[in-house]
Write a protein that binds this ligand. Structure first.
Ligand code: SF4
Length: 250
């Protein structure tokens, strides 16, 4: 039995060779792009904000920004890579702060929904015996409607078309349906923090079961894969395994 995650399956679909290095050979690479680092720090800050409010407390915007800077300083290391030459770490720190302030101004006092879970650490049992990792940024509820919420910190955000095609929150929704039988409806909601947009989408039970079957097929392809070939795409520029990749040795 193996625990698969959305990102693990994504890596295989992006490049089987990279998958082999990362998950089979377990060659660690600690470098991280600053966009991902900033996103993680914003996520942690929103988790802390909602946890405080859920416990009956309050948080001012200045306290929130102090927490954000504390996460940033505590998590920062020289392994964080800035690819864009015209941007500095301070620029990204500021971008994250602006997203947090806009979120705070829009949703304060954060009582629109009840919190069910924050950054969940759960597993969905799959029919092939493997498990799927469930990490929901924010799971909330209004009456018997559950919301699987995801924060996006990229400049592009999420469009309705992206949402309809998404598989990650779909699998999370399936876990919610199976875990909370009292749920009348499960909606997926993306918060595009860069521009304040919300995108909401619902998948029916049949669509979710079809999604689960697709995930199981992808796992089967991974487990029967023999050659783990390279797949060169635009994402190679961000790949931390270029030094081991035959595509880059040529
Ligand atoms: S550089 Fe590209 S082809 Fe090579 S391992 Fe990374 S993603 Fe795959």
């Amino acid at each position: 039995m193996t625990d698969y995650s959305y990102s693990r399956l994504q890596v295989f679909q992006q490049c089987p060779f990279k998958y082999r290095l990362m998950y089979i050979d377990k060659i660690a690479r600690f470098t991280k792009g600053i966009e991902g680092f900033m996103g993680d720090m914003v996520h942690r800050t929103l988790r802390d904000l909602h946890a405080r409010v859920d416990e009956g407390g309050t948080m001012t915007v200045d306290e929130m920004l102090d927490i954000y800077r504390s996460h940033w300083n505590g998590g920062w290391s020289d392994d964080v890579v800035i690819v864009k030459k015209n941007r500095t770490a301070a620029d990204y720190l500021q971008s994250g702060a602006e997203m947090l302030i806009a979120y705070y101004d829009k949703y304060e006092p954060f009582d629109q929904m009840s919190i069910v879970g924050l950054e969940t650490d759960e597993r969905l049992q799959l029919p092939d015996g493997n498990r799927y990792y469930i990490k929901i940024d924010k799971l909330t509820r209004v009456d018997d409607t559950y919301y699987v919420c995801d924060y996006k910190t990229g400049a592009k955000g999420v469009t309705q078309t992206d949402a309809e095609a998404d598989s990650q929150l779909g699998m999370y929704s399936l876990w919610v349906l199976r875990t909370f039988p009292q749920a009348g409806k499960v909606l997926m909601r993306w918060y595009s923090l860069a521009d304040g947009r919300e995108v909401t989408c619902e998948k029916g039970v049949q669509a979710l079961q079809a999604l689960e079957a697709k995930v199981v097929r992808t796992i089967s392809a991974i487990e029967s894969c023999k050659n783990f070939s390279t797949r060169r795409t635009g994402l190679c520029s961000y790949c931390q395994y270029q030094d081991l990749c035959p595509e880059f040795k040529r």
